[in-house]
Design a protein around this ligand. Sequence first.
Ligand code: HEC
Length: 347
Amino acid sequence: MIKLSNIKYMKMLSILAILVGISLFFVTDFVTADEGEGLTKKLLPGVTNINKHTKILSKESIDKIAKAVGESVSADNGLTIYEVTTPKGNNGLITFTKVNAGDKDVTLGIAIIPPTQKDKVVSILSVRAFDGSGNEISDYRAFFSQFTVNESTFIYSPIGLLIPIDKLKETIKKATEDKDKGAKETIAVLKADNYMRMVSALWNLTNRGLRGDGKSIVGFANELTVVYDGLGKTSSEATFLDSTQMNEFKKFASTAKGDVERIVKLVNGGDIASAKDIAKNMRNNCDRCHNAFERTFSKKGREYRIAYGSYFYVGYDVIPVKGLSSDVMQNLATAIRKNVLIMLEAK
Ligand code: HEC
């Protein structure tokens, strides 16, 4: 009796061990095999409750997205969408897509918070590019910073994201060929708004860098000078301003550019304390320009309805950065817009 039950006991133990082994094998295999899940954590550190779904797009959604982005949308290459809880506890969506980046393909990851009943806006939380081994390609960071502010939210309207890119292209054509006043002003507002997004993103990165030894800010700060330069130039297209206002606007932008250049010089010379002082005072410049001009621009933006579209078009509402080709930047920008829309439309 005792012997038998011992054997039974051992048999049960070994069956149990095999079962545990098998299930461990499956569990670990599932986790490691799911490369996407690992990438979600690199894309959005602190993400939890990652649930993978395969979703589809209706014919109507495919047409709508294709018209918005100006290229075909293929829905049969497996729409893998991750439903997640974001680090701040919101419901988020994440997707990955392969994008041609010149001589290579990169994996582009995009994390968003879709509109809720309360908030009818889309926030882009993070955009990152990864190589074939799942390592982030950091060269794209400055470029991506304009779509999201420093890993936090950047808000778009689903309606603005759906306005066909062809409308913008028509407006650009009118503005350049026919010198159409309304078209030029539309573009000026569109550019100013997006230069500000870039200012705000790079400004945050610069300030954060100044808390350390400051060395990390140089790249961002140099981009910021380029952005202020562009911002100043938009004033001549903003013909709803009179000439005094145009000059004042340009002056605010060039003062800001000069301040950033001084910050870079001081950081390179090791004088972080003085660099910080200048950064602190720069807020006044932001505020003074906003007091003088923000309302005028946003009123015009509402008037020229397409001015508040989000086209992700390089040179207009996407600011080019040094070191990346225009084609690569446009491929990345279009892929971001397209995949945000896919995440919103896929069921
Ligand atoms: C030369 C003038 C000027 C300066 C300098 C300036 N801004 Fe702006 N900013 C504007 C205008 C004009 C708008 C409104 C754009 C619109 O609504 O089309 C704006 C809007 C913004 C917005 C809202 C963007 C959006 O999508 O609604 C943010 C954020 C912003 N500015 C941040 C900053 C910060 C931070 C600084 C300083 C580091 C700064 N700005 C300096 C002119 C300026």
